[in-house]
Design a binder for this molecule. Structure first.
Ligand code: ARG
Length: 445
């Protein structure tokens, strides 16, 4: 089924090549496409391009379709070119000629743009919420481990003592920032493209502002050509923010896969996060954190795909259809990965003895150099003096390790974590997420 069918000859292979798996991908966009279609017909009615009785019948049929989609009763048929075709086919089947009126003043190009932006708004807010939960879990982990020492590493070599709280708060602050980046990306997607049509507007006095308002958009895209060419670009901005959250999850996964080896022995992963080996009965493998690490590559790959596709001249091009799969793939991957973070953080079992033993006396060298310099010796001379007489790299520092971390009293250090400040940022993010969700609802979405 094709909206543009004018009765000419068609070739099944070519149709399959152009439609690809749109009918499957568009299923995710369908609720948003229906929502935007309702706003569109109401807008048409306000400018006298549709009779109130036609508007009401179309809106009613769209509501019924939305309920069917929601309940899993409506799946886009394989023979529909895309979701837009499926919606119009249902309306024509239910309402005859009235159904055919829905496409006045719009193109599938602004139709897919608006559905994508509505989906992105929700998906990105949801991911910001997941970042907030991850950040919260690390704030809680930090609160339980202010005096738990372990080595801080550079180049994967033991460097100076830190506390587990210090390590955990790095992730708390990171996830709070990633959440903010996601909400900024949401703001950039929060502009209504409807009325741009094929990129050049239409010869109707469309109520673009009213339609945007009904859909809860903050703004309207003004220039139709810019609006069209933003397809894929808005997705790039969103996935860039998604990437920042996923890169942090990747770092977490890296740390945990190292810290859980027998060689480090710092942490035991929750049972549910490990799997067995089919051949080696002794193995418990950290497959989940390894997949969390690779999940970032899925997003990064999707981003590369999008950036490459949007390299086009002005106007709509069918290339843009291929922005959908990477976008949806990346969002699904991020959702699955980020939702595991709080559960993972809350169920890690740390071996405090092993971590303390790894803080050996040589790790106090920097502290000693700073102390000597503070007492008057030029730092470079202090550095050399300490280098000539390093503490043992085998003997644990014992109580001196705790003294060392407590002495790191400038803001953010292990002795002055600034946990309250980081927690305040997490609370700010939580508040922004719920404000965002509320404001969308209060505008009737
Ligand atoms: N399924 C198409 C897409 O995702 C809809 C737009 C088709 N527009 C066109 N002018 N052929 O891009």
């Amino acid at each position: 089924m094709r909206l543009w069918d004018k009765g000419g000859a068609t070739d099944a292979d070519i149709l399959a090549y152009t439609a690809r798996d749109d009918h499957r991908l568009d299923q995710a966009l369908l609720p948003y496409d229906i929502l935007a279609s309702k706003a569109h017909v109401r807008g048409l009615c306000r400018v006298g391009a549709l009779e109130p009785v036609e508007r009401d019948r179309i809106v009613e049929a769209l509501d019924k379709l939305a309920a069917d989609v929601d309940a899993g009763r409506f799946v886009i048929p394989d023979d529909c070119e895309d979701g837009h075709t499926a919606i119009e086919a249902v309306l024509v089947r239910e309402l005859g000629d009235t159904g055919k009126r829905v496409h006045l003043g719009r193109s599938r190009n602004d139709q897919v743009l608006v559905a994508t932006r509505l989906l992105l708004r929700d998906a990105v807010t949801d991911l910001a919420d997941r970042c907030a939960s991850g950040a919260r879990a690390f704030v809680a982990l930090a609160a339980a481990h202010e005096d738990t020492v372990l080595p801080g590493y550079t180049h994967l070599q033991r460097a100076v003592p830190q506390t587990l709280a210090h390590w955990a708060l790095a992730f708390a602050e990171g996830f709070a920032d990633a959440g903010r980046a996601l909400l900024s990306a949401r703001d950039l997607a929060d502009k209504c493209p409807l009325g741009a049509a094929a990129g050049y507007g239409v010869n109707l006095p469309l109520d673009r502002e009213g339609v945007a308002h009904e859909l809860g958009f903050l703004q309207v895209d003004v220039n139709p050509l810019y609006s069209q060419t933003s397809r894929g670009h808005v997705e790039v901005l969103a996935l860039t923010a998604v990437w920042s959250a996923m890169a942090l999850a990747r770092r977490l996964a890296w740390d945990l896969s190292l810290f859980s080896t027998s060689e480090f022995g710092f942490v035991t992963l929750p049972d549910a996060f490990t799997t067995g080996s089919s051949i080696m009965p002794n193995k418990r493998n950290p497959d989940v954190v390894e997949l969390m690490r690779a999940a970032c590559s899925v997003v990064q790959g999707a981003l590369a795909e999008l950036m490459s596709i949007v390299s086009l001249p002005s106007g709509y091009h069918r290339d843009l259809q291929l922005t959908k799969a990477p976008t949806l793939r990346a969002l699904a991957e991020a959702r699955a990965t980020l939702s595991l973070v709080p559960k993972l953080a809350a169920n890690l079992r740390f071996d405090e003895g092993r971590m303390a033993k790894a803080v050996t006396r040589d790790l106090l060298a920097t502290d000693t150099a700073v102390e000597l310099a503070r007492a008057g010796l030029p730092f470079r001379d202090a550095y050399k003096r300490v280098a000539a007489d390093l503490g043992s790299a085998d003997e644990p520092a014992g109580g001196a390790a705790l003294a060392s971390v407590r002495a790191r009293t400038s803001l953010g250090g292990s002795g002055n974590l600034g946990a309250d400040r980081i927690e305040a940022r997490v609370a700010e993010l939580e508040e922004a997420v719920s404000r965002t969700a509320r404001s969308a609802m209060s505008r009737g979405v």
